[in-house]
Design a binder for this molecule. Structure first.
Ligand SMILES: NC(=O)c1ccc[n+]([C@@H]2O[C@H](COP(=O)([O-])OP(=O)(O)OC[C@H]3O[C@@H](n4cnc5c(N)ncnc54)[C@H](OP(=O)(O)O)[C@@H]3O)[C@@H](O)[C@H]2O)c1
Length: 253
């Protein structure tokens, strides 16, 4: 029986995709650099273990990324994956809304990865989503190390629960390739100031101090170029997410 490979299947989004695909009865492989963390040990940057993980696989969800290094290794990782995936029937690539509008380094690298996939000749689906609630919560958690934190309070976000994006991506992995599909966004667009106000229902820190962010990146986030207000697909609101007192992802502390 053909299996689905999820790269990044130990990450915030990937873990939820793996869980949903398994619940739906699929055999799922998970590639990880950490021995025992996935079903297959390997490293997309060096290419080690990638061919073995792909052997007999027809569908790949490529959710691996190195955001800590602002996506610099993502190009090499995607190239190595595509180089070993010639016989794959469908690659699903979770990406980010607005990466072609905001010249943030990580977004430029994601866009370059999308282009590699589009040019590869391998049937694919590119699914852009807005920022995860988990990412904003992690940033606020880190900022709360100080009682008062400089924050870009006028940035707009349409954050979405990673679990809602995982439902979407898991469904796409079970369908045929469709190229780049419509953006997937959270239920509402809020400024960071509004999000912080909601956060304060359950957290005393941080108090926000308006941080002015100059240039095109600041303008893009202030204008909401990272949002897709016509696509309010996610179910869980930021308020419901905060109320659930979730475990903080991304940060080790
Ligand atoms: N975070 C957001 O707000 C957001 C919004 C929209 C779209 N996205 C996109 O969704 C995808 C998943 O993001 P995420 O936030 O869930 O990521 P994440 O939690 O940071 O997870 C990253 C994953 O990549 C794997 N990885 C990194 N380098 C690797 C390498 N050299 N070889 C093999 N695996 C490697 C890690 O696996 P190991 O450490 O186990 O090796 C880990 O599972 C990304 O494409 C991201 O751009 C994210």
């Amino acid at each position: 029986m053909s299996e689905i490979l999820v790269t990044g299947g130990t990450g915030v989004l990937g873990r939820l995709i793996v869980q949903q695909l398994r619940e739906q009865g699929h055999e799922v492989r998970v590639l990880s650099r950490r021995t025992g963390a996935g079903t297959h040990n390997g490293d997309l940057t060096t290419g080690e273990g990638v061919a073995e993980a792909l052997d007999g696989v027809r569908v790949v969800v490529h959710a691996a990324t190195d955001a800590r290094k602002v996506g610099r290794p993502d190009l090499r990782q995607t190239q190595n994956l595509l180089g070993a995936a010639a016989s794959v029937e469908h690659i699903v690539y979770p990406s980010i809304v607005g990466i072609d509008r905001i010249p943030f380094r990580y977004y430029r690298n994601k866009l370059a990865c999308e282009e590699l996939i589009e040019r590869s000749g391998i049937p694919h689906t590119i699914a852009r989503a807005t920022q995860f609630h988990e990412l904003i919560a992690s940033a606020l958690h880190t900022a709360s190390r100080s009682p008062i934190a400089p924050l870009p309070l006028d940035f707009r976000f349409q954050s979405v629960a990673a679990v809602d994006v995982a439902h979407h991506v898991a469904a796409l992995a079970q369908q045929g390739p469709v190229g780049r599909i419509a953006d997937f966004g959270g239920p509402e667009v809020l400024t960071l100031e509004q999000m912080l106000h909601i956060w304060h229902a359950t957290h005393t820190r941080p108090r926000g101090l308006r941080l002015p962010v100059p240039g095109k990146i600041g303008r893009g986030f202030r204008a909401g170029d990272n949002t897709c207000p016509g696509q309010c697909d996610g179910v869980q609101t930021w308020a419901k997410y905060v109320e659930s007192k979730p475990q903080i992802e991304y940060t080790k502390s």
